[in-house]
Structures are given as structure tokens and as C-alpha cells.
Design a protein around this ligand. Sequence first.
Ligand SMILES: Cc1cc2nc3c(=O)[nH]c(=O)nc-3n(C[C@H](O)[C@H](O)[C@H](O)COP(=O)(O)OP(=O)(O)OC[C@H]3O[C@@H](n4cnc5c(N)ncnc54)[C@H](O)[C@@H]3O)c2cc1C
Length: 384
Amino acid sequence: MYDFVVVGAGPAGSRFARSAAEAGRDVLVLESGEIGRPLACSGHVSLDIWDFLPGEGDRRESSESRAVNDERSESSAASAHDDLFQNDIYGARFHLGGADSEAHTFYKDEPVSNAIDRVGLDKTLAECAEQAGAEVRDGYTVTDVDEKPGRVEVTAKGPDGVESFECRIVAGADGPRSRVRQEVGLPDPEELLHGVLGFDFEPDDEDYVDVHLTVPRFFAWRIPRGEAGVEYGLAVAPGDDAPGRFEELLEDYDVELDERCSGAIPIGPPERTVGKRSFLVGDAAAQTKPFTGGGIIYGMRAADIAAREIDPEQPATLENYETAWREELASEQRLGKLIRAGYSMPKPIQKAGMKAFSGEIGVHMDRPTSLFSKAQLRALLSWN
Ligand SMILES: Cc1cc2nc3c(=O)[nH]c(=O)nc-3n(C[C@H](O)[C@H](O)[C@H](O)COP(=O)(O)OP(=O)(O)OC[C@H]3O[C@@H](n4cnc5c(N)ncnc54)[C@H](O)[C@@H]3O)c2cc1C
């Protein structure tokens, strides 16, 4: 019997598998498709991403193991960055209108975020999980999860037909439309936005993303991705016309795209994310930033908390995870929700806000509470 069966090898699932395996747990990961595909994400992340990847920034490597693995560590540091990095982003130009409208620029004199190869990220994180001792199988779609006394039975359709696996605890890391969530009867997130994006493969290493507050309750974007080209995208509330609004954005920029994709963005965590012998992590638990929809870093932070808090021999420790991840992310998510409310304010108020806040910023992209940090206050006070 496995300690954990993890359903889904996205960032949250692979990160949890790696952390749990490193803690000596017996872990199986089941992924329905090819790891990283289909792509439905911008891969626009704060620089914290490099802390989760092998190399110098890997915060869990002790100095002892670092010394032993020095050679391996340095080469994988170089390769993780070299393989995944696409562009440095120094800030955002906010627009209340379309491509030619006035821009309110928020910037730093050093990179605030990176555009990275999202497919490569998933593959790298899954490799890290395997290297830590987890068993990762792709081509396995989980169809049933049965929490029984003392164990969980997880059924999947694999390359050789239907197979069942037994574990002490099952992790639902299977994204916004989580099958595990449904199977164990946990509630849905508050909202599922519909995101669409596409790529123009003409290289662009510009320093700024463009954000257009032109769609109701969210935004449209343009992200320069270096040699990988330019990405255009938007997300809308359920029921709104995402494809129609996307066409308007592309017409406005006068571009035709080489590739398109779409996906769901969960906003607002469900009231409970743990069952009797199950828990949700990542998008399955809506561990996302309400004002951007980004969930890569939050999901991996929560995954580390799960690995730390949950003892598979003692299902009661699931409650520790429920409390701990909310303590870690709740204030950021609350403030993020308030920032998002600003997207729906009347234009004159938005304009006044942009004028007051644009300029040099001290805010950390994943921590809206840093809006009230010393760095941000210093930056605010220096604007004349
Ligand atoms: C348009 C768009 C743009 C985005 N841009 C960004 C961004 O720039 N930055 C950012 O941080 N976030 C972004 N996000 C959000 C980000 O993609 C998610 O927060 C992140 O992928 C969540 O990771 P996860 O591991 O929880 O889930 P996922 O990445 O969704 O991984 C879940 C995995 O589970 C697998 N799976 C599902 N069901 C089953 C099953 N039954 N059996 C087995 N496997 C299963 C899936 O195949 C998938 O591999 C964006 C999302 C969208 C839709």
C-alpha cells in the first residue's frame, strides 16, 4: 500500500510528491495525459519560481548535501534556468482601454517576474519528484476514489486497462475541475473563470506586460516571451463570451495567432479541502491569486505545507494541513480579492487609482500584503 497516491502531475502534484518522497513517504503519482500538456497557462511567475527548481535557489538542499552534490547541483541549476527561462519582466502597463489607449506603468528597476516555459516546468518538477523517489506514471486517468476504513482505493484507466491502487491518503492535485474533489464529496471553488490565450511566434524581449481592464471583472493581457514570441490572453467570468472577446483583443492589436488554447481558473477556495483520507492541493483547492488567477507558486507553497503537516498513518493530521495552508495564504487571497474588485470600479475611479499608484513599485507579485511593506511605502513617498 502506498502512503500517498497523488492524482495529477501539475506543479502542485509533482511538488507534493517530491516533498513527501524526500520525507521518506511511499508515493505514486498518476497523470492522465502527457506531463505538461495540453498547455493552458501563461507561465508568468515571480522570481520565487527558481526556489522550487533544482539548483542554487533550492531552499531545501542542506549545506551538507549541497557540498556532496555540488557538481550535480550547479549543472542542474544552470540547466533548469537555461531550459525554462524565456524573458525578464520589469513591470506592467495598465490600460483602461485597448492597445492604443493611455498606459499607466508600474515598474521596478530590476525584474519582478519571468515568463517561463510552462510545459518544461511541469516536466522538470515531475523529474524532481522521480529523483526524490516518487513513482510517476503518465497515461493514467483516475475515474474513482473510494475512502474506506484504513485505506483509499483509487481506480484509473491506464495503458493496459483499468487498474486499482491502494493508499493511506489520496491527494487531489488534479486541477480546477478536480475529479478527486467530486469523488470524495468536497465542495467546489467559488468561481471558475474561463481563460483563453494564444501565441504569435515573432520574438519579443520587451520589458513590460500590458494589462487591459476591458473585460468585465477580470482583464486581458499581452506578454512578451523573448524568443518564444508574444502571448495574448484574457479571462472572463462564467457565461461571458471568452472567444468573442478574444477576437476583439486580437483585432485591436491587429495580430493573427499561430497557436491557441484555453482553460479554467478557479477563484475562491472551497470551504473544506480535506476529507476522511483525502486532501486537495493547487487549483483543485483554488489556491490561486484572485487578482491574476496565478496559481503555480501558491499551489507549490501549499504542497510543501501538505508534505510537512500530513502524516499518512494519522488521517487526523489532515486538519493540520487545512489550517496551515489557509494561515499561509488567507490574507494574501483576501487582499487579492479586494484588488480584483478594483477591476469592476467605474472608469473615473480606476483612472484616479492608476494615477495615484503607478510609478515605481515595491510590491511582490505573489504577496499583495507587501503593498503595505516598507519598500512600497518608500516607493510611494518618493513619487512626486
Ligand atoms: C489561461 C490561463 C493562464 C494562466 N496563467 C498563469 C500564470 O501566468 N501564472 C500562474 O502562476 N498561473 C497561471 N495560471 C494558473 C495555473 O495554470 C494553475 O494555477 C496551475 O496550473 C495549477 O497547478 P495544479 O498542479 O494545481 O493543476 P494543473 O496544472 O491543472 O495540473 C493538474 C494535472 O492533473 C491532471 N489530471 C486532471 N484530472 C486527472 C485525472 N482524473 N486523473 C489523472 N490526472 C488528472 C491534469 O492532466 C494535469 O496535468 C493560468 C491559468 C489559465 C487557465
